[in-house]
Ligand binder design. Sequence first.
Ligand SMILES: [Ca+2]
Length: 179
Amino acid sequence: MSVQKENYKPFTMTINEQTLSAPIVVGIEKSNASDLALDANMYHLGDNSFSDLSANAGEFRMQAIGPFYTKRFTLKNINISKPIYLVIGSIIGIDTAMARSMGQNKIPNAFASPPEVYFNGNKVSEIQLNGDGQKIKLPASLVRKNQVNEITIKTGRNLMQTAYIDYDDIEFMNLIIEN
Ligand SMILES: [Ca+2]
């Protein structure tokens, strides 16, 4: 997997079996005229309870809508012979072990499971890192042309907290379908 973020050097990492089952393509691209803007709003997933050491803790702007977000939309004029991506314009607050290892947070001894992305009920990606312009491939076999499609983003949970569920507080904005 490769990741690029403004003002950061690109880097790559080895994909393991788990991430292979959930294709992830990460990068930055300018949007095309054919892109479908799904949602330009900003959303906060989680429970509004997070450490000051959490990634981007000082940048959160919204109140949590709960642990997941769902958007339904119709795909017209989609070309399933071309790759189809969900692009997340920006996502912050992810406290996975990988995010911590990349220096994206300063939490000494806890980490969260990654946010998960579902397309028409199938998990298509786990989001390990914070960043801009992350692209998630949507398998053509799952696309419902000219019918209602559904994207769901579920935030992760603090894996070191077993007494209760502490959802990882994250914020994202600007969802686009790129084809
Ligand atoms: Ca939380």
